[in-house]
Design a protein around this ligand. Sequence first.
Ligand code: FES
Length: 383
Amino acid sequence: MTTTPVPPSLIAAPPGHHYTDPEVFRQEQERIVESMWFCAVHSADPDKPGVFRTVRVGRGNVVVARTRTGALRAFLNVCRHCGARLCLEESGEVRRAFRCPYHAWTYDLDGKLTAAPDLTRMPDVDRVEYGLVGAALREWLGYAWVCLAPEPPSFEETVVGAAERLGDPAAIEHHGTEELAPGRRITYDVKANRKLLAENFVECCHCATIRPGPADVPPEFAEGYAAQCHAGHGAGFGEDVKGFTVDGSEGFGRLPEVAADQDRRYHAITVKPTVFVDLVPDHVIPHRVFPLAEDRTVVECDWLHAPEVVASGADVPKSVELFHRVNSQDFEACERTRPAMSSRAYRRGGVLVPTEHHIGSFHEWLLGSPGVGPRRGAGGSRA
Ligand code: FES
C-alpha cells in the first residue's frame, strides 16, 4: 500500500471507514440529513385530506399528511403520551384524526390533541401544547421537503440555490417539474453506503464500461465523457436517437417549458444532500435517497411525465426502462464496491482522477459539515 503523497493529478478520496463506520454514518445523519431540508414525498402522494405517508428522515420518522383545508403538514411520528410511533404504515388514510395505537391519544389533522382517555380529568392540558410536534415543510418541484431542525436553514439558499452541476441548474425550473405527474415509481434497496451512490451519480467515467444497452442515447454516456455535461449545456442525444427511451424510439414530445435548444439534451442536477434529478425533454426523473444504515440506502425514483401522457395510459415503459437499467447497473456497481471499503487496501481511501476532481468538492462539503468525521485529505452527470 502506497504511503507516498498523492500526486498533483489526483485528489485523495475519504478513507474506507467513512463508508463503513456506524459512528460516521450517525454523525452524517445528525449533522446533514436531520439538519438540512429533505425531499420527503411527492406532493400528490397525500392526495386528499386524511391521506398520509410516513418517511424516515435520518434517525427520525415523519408523517406527511393533507389537512382538512388541503394543505400539507409534517409531524414527527411520535405520540406525546409515551412516545409510541403514531402511524405504523408507510402510507394510509384516516377520516379525521390520528389515533395512537398504544393508549389511544388522538390528534386531528393539524396535530392538535383532541381526545385521550380521561382527558376531561386533565383540564389543564393545553391541547396544542401537547399536540404533535411539527416539522418544517416546503413544496418545490412537486415534492414536499421537510426539515427536522427546530430552526431550518434557508430553503432558498440551501435547496433552490444549491441545485448544481452536470448541466444548467436552471433546467430544473425550465421543465415545469411541479406540473408533472408520476407515471411510474421504482424503489431500489441498495446494500451500499449512500456516499457511494452520490459519487456514482456525479461521475461518468464508469459509463463506458458498465452501460450495455442504453449507453448511446447520449453518446457521451458511452464515451464516459462527463465533461461536456459539466460545461452546463447538457449531453446531446445521438443523431439517430428520436427520444430518451431504451431503444432510442420516439418519446412524448417536448414539455411546454423546455426551450427548443434543449429539445435533445440530457441534464443531471444534484440537490445536496439526497436528491439527484435527471431531466430530458419529455420527462423528469427525480431520485430521492434515503440513507438507512452505513451499508444500506433506499432510493425512490419517479418518472414524471406530462399529466396528459400519464392520464392517457401511454406506453411509458420505454422511457422507464432506460433509466431503470442505468439505475440497476449503477447500484449493482455500488454494491460490488461496498465490501472493499473495509479492505486494508482501501484503508487510506481511493483517489479521484482529473475527470472526477469535481467530486472532491462533495467530499470537502461532506467532511466540512460540522461534526462529520475528521477532515483529512481533499476530500454533476449521472449516466
Ligand atoms: S403512547 Fe400514544 S397514547 Fe400512549
